[in-house]
Design a binder for this molecule. Sequence first.
Ligand SMILES: Nc1ncnc2c1ncn2[C@@H]1O[C@H](COP(=O)(O)OP(=O)(O)OP(=O)(O)O)[C@@H](O)[C@H]1O
Length: 665
Amino acid sequence: MFSRSQTPKRGGAATPATPSMRSTSSLGPSKSQTPASMSRLQSNSRFSDRNAFTPVRERVSRPSSSLSYSSLSRPTTPSFVAPSQPYTGSIAVAIRAKPSETFLKDPWFLGDGTIHHNDVGEFKFDHVFQPTSGNLEVYEKVVQNLISQLMEGYNATVFAYGMTGSGKTYSMSGTKEEPGIIPLSIREIFEKIEESDKNVCKHELKVSYLEIYNERIYDLLNVNFLKSSSSSIASDLKIRDSTDYGVKVIGLVEETIRSEKELLKIIQKGDLNRRTSETDFNSRSSRSHAIVQLRIGITNQSTGIETFSTLSLCDLAGSERATSHNERRKEGSFINKSLLALGSVIVKLSSPQTSIGHIPYRDSKLTRILQPALSGESLVAILCTIHTGQAAFAETVNSVRFAARAKNINLTVKKHEIDMTSEKDRIIEKLKYQVENQAKEIENLKTNSQATTLDVSVLGTDSNNTHFLNDEVKTQIIQLNAENKILIERLEHYKRLTDQANAEKVVLKNDIINDILTNIPIDDSKPLMLKIEELFKKTYSEIDEYRSYTNHLEHQLKQEMQNVSKKPKYENNNSPSRSPSKSLNHSEMDSILRDQEDEIFELRNELKNKDKIIKALQSAKRVRESLISTISTNDSRRETFRLPLDDTLRSLNGEKLNHLNTKIG
Ligand SMILES: Nc1ncnc2c1ncn2[C@@H]1O[C@H](COP(=O)(O)OP(=O)(O)OP(=O)(O)O)[C@@H](O)[C@H]1O
């Protein structure tokens, strides 16, 4: 089967198992080894020479090198896998023929590791058991070596595959008189535990027992299982990926075991639950898969090595495909789904490495649970039980072909162990580092929380209040206090200005000035606004005066012109009826008209001056804005730019007033 670092020849049995604890010879022939069966064995002796036959037809050609499982889809490798030498080999496959009354006439010929049928040819396996072989012999040749490896930290999986009634349950569970693989494995495990030095090795054992029926998982160790309906979704358990075990059935009960007796009792309880969950037990058991899982942890306290391993013992449903039409419609399709998926997975895994591709483990509950085992996390042994009778020919061919494909699967299995001494040192270092980091973090959090809850205005620079703070935080607090003070002052200033502005609302009619004022900061615009308001009041009133005076003069001029036009060209200037004005001569009239025209011209110029003033204000606004943007926060500098602006305004105002006064005066 499996050899350390040794790849077996293609199709051939791998290196023989380690010497068994109870050799067949020492126990003598099994009680099922009747003289008739012995003679049948002799009659098949022509098949005992494996090399005498042509290559097996069912074999799929594979590269002779061992299949590297890193190239396969597989679950996460457990973190505790130590870099010890892995086991490399193919799956161990054995055929077991059920006793048959017509054995001598049956078409199948059993040899030493071979099975032959004239129509389908010969197949080679690790072991081919005669109908006379007992459970103990099967166990010793197929499973016993796996148990030794299990106790060293390798996972091991055994499953019985075959058509209904071919002897799967008989081989796995056996009877009271003829214990099967499950009780024999348990006995071996406890014998090994007993043999070990209990002062040095500490063992921990856990067991779970589940059933897959109609693609649902049932916990056979859960007392509630009996209460819930077998078809209830509530009793269906889910499978999840697990870093420790590849996959894990969520919620599955795992009983801790202290003795062999206790373990056997628990498994019996599971068997009982399986029987009572369905009225027709035989029907159900043929259609369901039962899996016992033992998890074993061994700590060697002298070496500090810990090993973890899992033994999975699977009694599969009947492999026959031909259930009745009704049954298949009802539930057979579910069984076939799992078994067909298992077949597909086996076909894929046994294909040449280059064409492996996707492995459909997730196509069924069974393949999902067996995924870690089939993908290289476990040593695997398959016991294929067959009927040798002609009536079961088709099913037996299918079973044998399935077994032949499985035989082509190579495994590279790692030991699950951890050196706790070096691991402990590593863990201690890691924890120390974590503790240091956490202490720093706690210190930071404390400081931050104190700093954020401080009333900085109260703290000030008082060393009594700030003695627990570092220099950087102290500087920050001082800066914050200063900024806070400035902000409070500015706020109060704004408040005052707002109150004042509300009290003395000034209505400006000029849009341009309003625009200037709204763009200047409140504190800066207020004095300016007052000045402009004053200026404009005067300007508007003067302009109004000029307008009325201009109108008056224009009116006068118009009248004079009308009079002139009505007056006879050579009127006597001495006439008493004439008005004083009318008494003016033509040159005087011309002189008055010229004066008035000059005055109107000047007044118009004055109006133009108003636009110049506005332009000057806009220019002042731009100067002011650029200055504000550069030194907006500096009060003293703000003062310096305010002065020239005020001067500009004052000079503009003075200039304009002087000019107007001159003109008016
Ligand atoms: N090698 C054997 N020696 C003696 N009796 C056997 C052997 N194999 C099977 N039997 C008997 O045949 C009957 C059917 O066997 P078993 O229940 O193990 O079949 P099975 O493959 O588990 O069927 P199913 O698929 O329905 O569960 C049982 O009564 C069992 O005792």
